[in-house]
Design a protein around this ligand. Sequence first.
Ligand code: PNS
Length: 165
Amino acid sequence: MRVTAVYPGTFDPITNGHLDIIRRGVRLFDEVLVAVLRNPDKEPLFPVEERVEILRGAVAALPHVRVESFDGLLVDYVRSRQAQVIVRGLRALSDFEYEYQMALMNQRLGHDLETVFMMPSEAYSYVSSRLVKEVARLGGDITGLVPPEVVARLKRRFAAAGGRT
Ligand code: PNS
């Protein structure tokens, strides 16, 4: 049986921790479909089209990975793609409660789907999109935490905003 895994998220922007999870997913599943949420409650820094474009560039060299955007219920999207698995990264205990709630809600909504949690490399255990944006906005060095393309785009974005946003 071919197993397709959906890796959903806001990815605002993608970090090297996300990429690490995608690489691990490629080793386990026949296909990894990275799904970028179109309408998150949080107001994203990068519009969804740009987040998808950045992701496509970052995973270009990886086999069996596709990137799409989605809106609506995650379980509906997963089913529409004939996928069976939802992948989520778990960095620390602090992630657990939110992830646990989501996994149980998705289990209730989609009995046929499984959530699989994967641990990123320890080197990325403290890296989040939120912190990366904050450090970049304040002029700190984020090299090695996100793909080079993201470093460049964050620099441009915050230079244009003159440190605001
Ligand atoms: O990267 P994030 O912001 O933690 O990802 C959250 C995401 C996109 C996985 C979650 O918000 C989601 O699945 N949204 C889609 C709407 C939905 O299905 N909500 C119920 C899930 S419990």
